[in-house]
Design a protein around this ligand. Structure first.
Ligand SMILES: Nc1ncnc2c1ncn2[C@@H]1O[C@H](COP(=O)(O)OP(=O)(O)OP(=O)(O)O)[C@@H](O)[C@H]1O
Ligand SMILES: [Mg+2]
Length: 366
């Protein structure tokens, strides 16, 4: 058996983190792309929402339906888009990303559809646009909520007619591309306010995938933190054996506005600054004072109050946190925790099963 994965009492039994052997089996890179963990993630994730996402991903990968991926910044939209292509029959064909937010309007058209030599001043040679480059494969329209209305009209035309002309060109070019798009904006709001075309929305969003923010899948935080710790340790060849209980508690309670990207950066930074051989502690996480206290930092008397930090008013989430806080205060003795919670042991047992909470000490007692 491998060393404890997440140090300190409380969290180590909560998630099933893959052990060393399993980690070794996760391919870091497939075909030059870093999808290894994503591919593996649903197998170890405890989040029902994530399992549902991957169930849809697998289904849509087999089709050519357009897919719209929505989610806050850093939730993994681009990774999911790449994954869909990777497991689709187009895997061997190009995956071309277009950042719709980053290009000025006049360039966007030539970027998307290409231009003929001499089409405009500076067009010294023929340029093959993204839609043509992606032929046979997938085009990933990123930040789609930031497109101008004029560009939206052009994209709509390609989707409807499956053809376009290069700027300054007369020949109609037919392409076979699968379109995946992503946004962190609320497109319904954009539509209501006249900034996004409803007809384009229907074309792009035959299937919509919502990636839940990290704060709605807290059960996966220890798992992801552990994954990033291991990967970073291996990369920089440094021995950082794990996290202290307090550090893990802070991470689980943090509200993660930057989602998985923020978590990865936080863990990588911590691995870099912590002393060799030491566990990552609260101070290595580099949280701002505000975030630190909001996540229930330092003041041990506030132990239970982390349950009621204002980042969520979701009853199920609050209930789960109350149960976890009670269990951790009572050293995971269910009878005592039930008393603390004011419910019967039977009711608690039911909730524990419902939320999938486990702890190693229970195997001996139950
Ligand atoms: N399932 C995952 N496994 C491992 N790493 C992940 C996963 N999801 C996201 N990440 C990490 O988070 C980072 C952000 O992911 P990605 O770029 O796909 O997010 P995004 O939703 O497109 O963000 P943005 O809206 O800011 O463009 C990635 O670089 C990757 O390191
Ligand atoms: Mg992105």
């Amino acid at each position: 058996m491998s060393a404890p994965l997440v140090m300190g009492k409380g969290w180590e039994g909560l998630v099933r983190v893959p052990d060393e052997e399993e980690f070794a089996r996760i391919p870091e890179r497939s075909e030059g792309r870093n999808f290894g963990f994503d591919y593996y993630y649903p197998l170890v994730s405890r989040s029902r929402k994530i399992k549902e996402v991957y169930r849809i991903v697998k289904k849509v990968a087999k089709t050519d339906a357009t897919v719209l991926i929505c989610g806050e910044t850093g939730t993994g939209k681009e990774l999911i888009a790449g994954l869909i292509q990777f497991i689709s029959h187009r895997a061997e064909k190009p995956f071309v990303r277009v950042n719709c937010a980053a290009l000025p309007e006049n360039l966007l058209e030539s970027e998307l559809f290409g231009h003929e030599k001499g089409a405009f001043t500076g067009a010294l040679r023929t340029h093959i646009g993204k839609f043509e480059q992606a032929n046979g494969g997938t085009i990933f329209l990123d930040e789609i909520g930031d497109m101008s209305l004029a560009t939206q009209a052009k994209i709509l035309r390609v989707l409807q007619e499956k053809s376009f002309e290069r700027v300054g060109g007369l020949k109609t070019i037919y392409t076979d591309v699968r379109v995946i798009s992503a946004t962190n904006k609320d497109l319904m709001k954009e539509i209501a306010e006249g900034r996004f075309r409803l007809d384009l929305y229907y074309r792009l969003a035959v299937i919509t995938i919502h990636l839940p923010p990290l704060r709605e899948r807290r059960e996966d935080i220890p798992l992801l933190a552990e994954y990033f710790r291991r990967r970073c340790c291996a990369e920089i060849k440094k021995n950082v054996p794990g996290f202290t209980e307090e550090a893990m508690r802070l991470m689980v309670n943090h509200w993660w506005p930057g989602n998985i990207r923020e978590l990865r950066n936080m863990v990588e930074r911590a691995v870099l600054i912590v002393d060799e051989g030491k566990l990552i502690g609260p101070n290595d996480l580099g949280m701002t004072g505000k975030d630190y206290f909001a996540a229930g930092g330092t003041d041990r008397r506030r132990d239970g109050s982390v349950v009621f930090t204002s980042d969520t008013l979701n009853l199920e989430e609050i209930e789960k946190r109350a149960i976890l806080a009670a269990l951790s205060r009572t050293d995971w003795v269910q009878k005592d925790a039930a008393k603390l919670l004011g419910i019967s042991p039977r009711a608690l047992n039911y909730k524990i099963a419902q939320f999938g909470i486990t702890h190693p000490s229970w195997k001996k007692h139950v």
